[in-house]
Structure formats: structure tokens, C-alpha cells
Design a protein around this ligand. Structure first.
Ligand SMILES: [Fe+2]
Length: 335
């Protein structure tokens, strides 16, 4: 089942409405780097937006609105903006208090809320990606049985939130695993429909961690054998929970087998080579790559040269050599 059409970022236009020029510029630069095709910036003023774009406001895939939580005028502007634009609106603010009024923001009809942080320029890109994906899914589903399908989207959203609340790294990590899985998958020749499903599998690849005790999840290193045995349950836990949703049946094998090893000896079933589903091989590789590339409490990000060495060493052992070759190409191109 196709639940969302693939869209090329370069064709998307985003408007950033924020009264602070520095934050406008910060977001615009982040989105340009992330490959969005057109970014318009202006003060957080809905009348100005309508005057400038009028009918053409429909060309925007999403708006980002800079809310000042303590300003009644700013709240009113958000309401007016909601009334004159029908696509998804993301509310962004450097004030952390924005999280405590997230329910009120959603009641007004904005899709999501983001705390701006100058040390985390990718956050805006990831938020837009998620909102657009949910919105696209919602749009496709509206043509079907509206109530059932809305329920399905809500269930997915709830599940993503449960997962993200479990451990602080999961949120950014699963976004990165989605991004790299899709890049590897695209180069490997997967169709747009398959890439959408692969992306969904990548979002949920570690969902089973909801069933692993938090003290084990957050332990920096040195798990005992018993603790590691519990940790290794997470693919099976995910299969068990997500298996309750028929709509996810096609992505379960990718989630269940993302810790198998190309040469065998992985878990949960010790599959080898092409016995391991392709999507699971892709996600396993993207997962390892992002873990090496990012900071954890117990380690700094590895330098690129070391990552490349590790990938070459693990090619044909832990990972499918064809996929490693693709990833190395992609890393090279990003430099
Ligand atoms: Fe995992």
C-alpha cells in the first residue's frame, strides 16, 4: 500500500515568518543546505504574507511561524495565518516555553512545534520532513476511509512519540537513519514507493526498545551478558507490537532483521547474505553509520577517515559489500 508519495525536496518551497532577522536567516540557511528548492523569509505578519503571495501561497509546502509565546499579538497572528493558509504550519521559537503551550498551538491548527537551537541547525529540516511526511500520508488517506485512516496516522504519531520519549538520542538518530537508508536505497535502485516504505521501517527500526528497561538502554557501555540478551530482544519486541497493525506488515521483516550480519552470526535469527531482507541490510548499515558519525555520552563522533576504515573492514562481514560501496560513494560525494 502506498501511504505517501515521494517528493523531491528541490521542488519544495518553504516560507519562514519570523520577526527576528537572525533566526530567519539561521533557518533559511539550514533549509538551503538541506536541499529545499525555494525559501522565502519575512516578518511573522500574516497580512504581509497574504499581500506578498496571495493565491500563490498554495505553492508553499509548509510555513514556519516564529511565535513569541508571551505576546498576544503573536498568538493572534498565528490564528490569522492558519485561516489564510491550508498547508502545514510549524511553530518555531527559541523560547523553551513553547513546548508547554504545544497543545494550545495544535488547537489553533498548527501541525508541530520546534524549539530553535543554534547548535542544532538540522532540527528544522528534520521537523519539516516529518510534518510533510505525515501531511502527505494524511492527504493520500483522505481519499480512502477518512476516519479509519486518520486513526492509523494518529496511531503512528503516538508510536513515534513513545519511542522518542524513551531515550534522548532516538529522535535525531531515527531521522538520520531514515535519511541515509533512503539515500542508499535510492542509489540501489529502489522505487519511490519502496523508498517511502523503507523510510517508515527506518523510523520504527528501534521501536522494540520501548520494551527494554531504561537503565540498560542508557548505560553507556559494558552491558553484562544478561543485559545484552535483553537488549537483543528489541527486534522481536518490535515485531510483536507492530505486527498488530496490518498496514505495517510489509516493513516488519526490515525491522526484525536490522541486526543480522552479512556473514552470519547476527541476531535474532543468524541469517546470512541475501537471506537477510534488503531493507534490513540497508537500515542496519545506515544505523551503524549514524552511530559512528554522532556524539554519544560515551564517545565523540568518529572522524570521517575512521568511519571509512571501519566500513571497509566490516564490508562482507557485518554489511552487504554492495551497500557499503554505495555508502562510501555517498560519503565521498558529501565531502
Ligand atoms: Fe537496533
Amino acid at each position: 500500500m502506498v501511504i505517501a508519495e515521494e517528493v523531491d525536496r528541490a521542488t519544495l518551497a518553504i516560507a519562514i515568518l519570523d520577526d527576528h532577522p537572525a533566526w530567519r536567516e539561521f533557518q533559511a540557511q539550514s533549509l538551503k543546505r538541506a536541499g529545499f528548492g525555494r525559501i522565502e523569509t519575512m516578518p511573522a505578519n500574516p497580512s504581509l504574507f497574504v499581500r506578498r503571495f496571495g493565491e500563490k501561497s498554495r505553492e508553499f509546502a509548509s510555513l514556519v511561524f516564529g511565535l513569541r509565546v508571551d505576546s498576544e499579538v503573536s498568538w493572534e497572528n498565528l490564528r490569522v495565518l492558519r485561516g489564510c493558509y491550508s498547508g502545514p504550519i510549524i511553530v518555531a521559537s527559541p523560547q523553551r516555553e513553547v513546548l508547554s503551550v504545544a497543545d494550545k498551538i495544535r488547537e489553533i491548527g498548527a501541525e508541530d512545534v520546534l524549539v530553535l537551537d543554534e547548535t542544532d541547525p538540522e532540527a528544522i529540516e528534520l521537523k519539516i520532513e516529518t510534518v510533510l511526511m505525515t501531511h502527505r500520508i494524511g492527504k493520500v488517506l483522505e481519499e480512502n476511509d477518512l476516519r479509519t485512516q486518520r486513526l492509523f496516522v494518529n496511531i503512528l504519531t503516538v508510536m513515534v512519540k513513545i519511542l522518542e520519549s524513551k531515550d534522548p538520542y532516538t529522535k535525531l538518530h531515527s531521522h538520520q537513519v531514515v535519511k541515509w537508508s533512503r539515500m542508499i536505497g535510492r542509489r540501489r535502485g529502489l522505487s519511490d514507493e519502496a523508498l517511502t516504505r523503507l523510510g517508515l521501517a527506518a523510523v520504527f527500526h528501534d521501536f522494540g526498545k520501548v520494551g527494554v528497561p531504561e537503565d540498560i538502554l542508557n548505560k553507556p557501555s559494558g552491558l553484562s551478558n544478561d543485559e545484552f540478551a535483553l537488549m537483543k530482544q528489541h527486534p522481536a519486541i518490535a515485531k510483536n507490537i507492530l505486527g498488530s497493525l496490518d498496514q505495517l506488515a510489509d516493513i516488519l521483516p526490515a525491522i526484525h532483521h536490522h541486526h543480522e550480519r552479512w556473514a552470519g552470526g547476527g541476531y535474532p535469527e543468524g541469517l546470512k547474505g541475501e537471506q537477510i531482507p534488503l531493507w534490513a541490510r540497508i537500515i542496519g548499515l545506515a544505523d551503524a553509520y549514524d552511530t559512528m558519525s554522532s556524539r554519544r555520552t560515551y564517545k565523540e563522533p568518529f572522524p570521517k577517515e575512521r568511519i571509512i576504515d571501519e566500513l571497509i573492514k566490516a564490508s562482507g562481514k557485518q554489511f552487504d559489500p554492495e551497500l557499503v560501496a554505495i555508502l562510501l560513494e555517498l560519503i565521498e560525494e558529501q565531502r
